[in-house]
Design a protein. Structure first.
Ligand SMILES: Nc1ncnc2c1ncn2[C@@H]1O[C@H](COP(=O)(O)OP(=O)(O)OP(=O)(O)O)[C@@H](O)[C@H]1O
Ligand SMILES: [Mg+2]
Length: 389
C-alpha cells in the first residue's frame, strides 16, 4: 500500500506536532513510514528532539524523517530557467535583486519540495507531509495549471520557432532568446508536475488533513483553504481540531477561553460537516520529544490499533453524470459564496473563479463544445448542466 497524508493549516496550529505524532503511530502499526517537512521554517526536528537532514534519516524503527532543503530544491529544478529570467530581466534594465525576486513564483517552494514525493513515495508504505502554512500550500495549487498553460500555449510554439530564428533573433532583438537547456528544464518540471498532480489528486493515495484551533480567524482561513483544496482536486478527509482546553480547567482566568472555544468547536462541527473531526486537547506543556509525541498520538488515535491511514471520507469533490438529455458536472465548493463565484468557458477549458483564485478545469472530451444550459450554486455545490445532444 502507498499512502500519502498532507497536513496543512494556519501558522502555529499544530501541523508539525500532529504530523510527527501521526507518523509515530503509523510506524507503531508496522508501516514503513516517512515524515517529511516542506516548510522552510522546519520544526519537525524540534518535535522529535532529533536533528533531521535533507535526506531520510532513521528516527525510530520503521520511521524515517526528512526536512527538505527548499532552497536547494529550487536551485536544482529551476536554476537554469532562473538564470535565463535573470538575464532577460536585467536586459530590460531591472536591478539584479528585483530580477532575482521576479524569477521566483509564489508557490514554487512548496511545489518543488513536493516533487520529492514522486520518488520517495515509492519507497515507503506511508508518507506524512508536514506542509507550509495554508497560504504557501494554496499558492502551489495553481502553479501546475499555470505551468501547463505555458507549456501548451507558449513553449511548444516558441520551441519550434526558437530553432529557426535564434541565430537571427539574438542579433536583432534586445531580448535574449532562451537556449535549448531552458526549454529542457521547463519540460522536465512540467513532466514532474504532471506526475505529482496525478499522485496528489488520487484520493486513494493522497488525502489532505486540515489542522485547526477553536478560534475565529483560524476557522475562517481553514474554510477558505478547504474550498481551494477542493477546487484543485485535492481530497480533504479529516479536520484536526487541536488545542482544546479541557473542561477540568476550572480557573476563572480561563472561563472566557472555555466558552469561546466551545462556541467555535460547535461552529467547526457544523461548518465542516460531513467531514469527520478529530479532537486533541491542549496538553499541559509544549510537545517535544518522543514521549510527548506518544501522548499526542494517544490523544488522537487512542491506545488501540486505530489506523490513521484509513481514508475517512471518500466523496469526490467533482463528479460528472449523464442525465436524459444533458450532462451534469458537479463541483463541491464549500464556503464559497455566490457573489464571488464566476464561470467562463472557452474551448475545452472551463474557468471557475472564486475571489482571487482561478481554476481552469480541462473538460472531459465528452463535454467539449457543448453549450452550458444552466449553472447554479447551492449549499456549497456548483452544478453546471451541458446540453446532451
Ligand atoms: N495539543 C497541544 N498541546 C500543547 N501544545 C501544543 C499542542 N499542539 C501544538 N502545541 C505546541 O504549539 C506550538 C506550535 O505547534 P507546531 O509547531 O506543531 O505548529 P505548526 O502548525 O507546525 O506551526 P508552524 O506554522 O510554525 O509550522 C509548539 O510549541 C507545539 O509544541
Ligand atoms: Mg510546523
Amino acid at each position: 500500500m502507498r499512502r500519502i497524508i498532507l497536513y496543512t493549516g494556519k501558522g502555529g496550529v499544530g501541523k508539525s506536532t500532529v504530523s510527527a505524532a501521526t507518523a509515530l503511530k503509523c510506524s507503531e502499526l508496522g508501516y514503513h513510514t516517512l515524515v517529511m517537512s516542506t516548510d522552510s521554517a522546519h520544526s519537525l526536528s524540534d518535535a522529535f528532539e532529533f536533528e533531521l537532514a535533507d535526506e531520510p534519516t532513521p528516527v525510530l524503527d520503521n520511521l524515517d524523517g526528512l526536512e527538505v532543503n527548499v532552497q536547494s530544491e529550487i536551485k536544482k529544478n529551476w536554476g537554469v530557467v532562473q538564470t535565463y529570467f535573470k538575464t532577460l530581466f536585467s536586459s530590460q534594465g531591472l536591478d539584479n535583486v528585483v530580477a532575482e525576486e521576479l524569477s521566483i513564483f509564489p508557490g514554487m517552494e512548496e511545489l518543488f519540495s513536493l516533487l520529492r514525493l514522486i520518488r520517495l513515495s515509492e519507497k515507503y508504505d506511508v508518507v506524512i507531509v508536514d506542509c507550509a502554512p495554508t497560504a504557501g500550500t494554496l499558492q502551489l495549487l495553481s502553479f501546475p495549471e499555470v505551468m501547463r498553460w505555458y507549456m501548451e500555449h507558449l513553449f511548444s510554439v516558441e520551441r519550434k520557432l526558437a530553432k529557426a530564428i535564434r541565430p537571427v533573433a539574438n542579433r536583432l532583438l534586445s531580448v535574449p532568446f532562451p537556449e535549448d537547456n531552458v526549454f529542457d528544464s521547463i519540460e522536465k518540471i512540467y513532466n514532474g508536475i504532471d506526475r505529482l498532480s496525478q499522485i496528489l489528486t488520487d484520493p486513494r493515495t493522497t488525502t489532505v488533513r486540515l489542522v485547526v484551533n477553536p478560534e475565529k480567524m483560524v476557522l475562517k482561513e481553514s474554510h477558505r483553504a478547504y474550498t481551494y483544496l477542493m477546487l484543485y482536486g485535492l481530497h480533504v478527509d479529516e479536520i484536526i481540531l487541536n488545542k482544546i482546553i479541557p473542561h477540568e480547567v476550572q480557573d476563572a482566568y480561563f472561563s472566557e477561553w472555555l466558552s469561546s472555544q466551545s462556541k467555535y468547536i460547535e461552529l467547526a462541527e457544523m461548518s465542516f460537516s460531513p467531514l469527520p473531526i478529530r479532537k486533541l486537547k491542549l496538553l499541559r506543556r509544549e510537545v517535544s520529544g518522543i514521549g510527548s509525541l506518544k501522548e499526542v498520538a494517544r490523544g488522537l488515535y487512542g491506545t488501540g490499533d486505530e489506523d490513521p491511514t484509513h481514508v475517512r471520507i471518500t466523496h469526490s469533490p467533482m463528479s460528472l453524470k449523464r442525465g436524459d438529455d444533458k450532462f451534469i458536472l458537479e463541483i463541491m465548493l464549500p464556503f464559497a459564496s455566490k457573489d464571488e463565484l464566476e464561470l467562463f468557458s472557452k474551448g475545452d477549458e472551463l474557468a471557475v473563479v472564486v475571489g482571487n483564485y482561478k481554476r481552469i478545469i480541462t473538460l472531459p472530451t465528452t463535454l467539449v463544445g457543448r453549450r452550458i444550459i444552466s449553472s447554479k450554486f447551492r449549499e456549497g455545490k456548483l452544478t453546471i448542466e451541458f446540453e446532451g445532444r
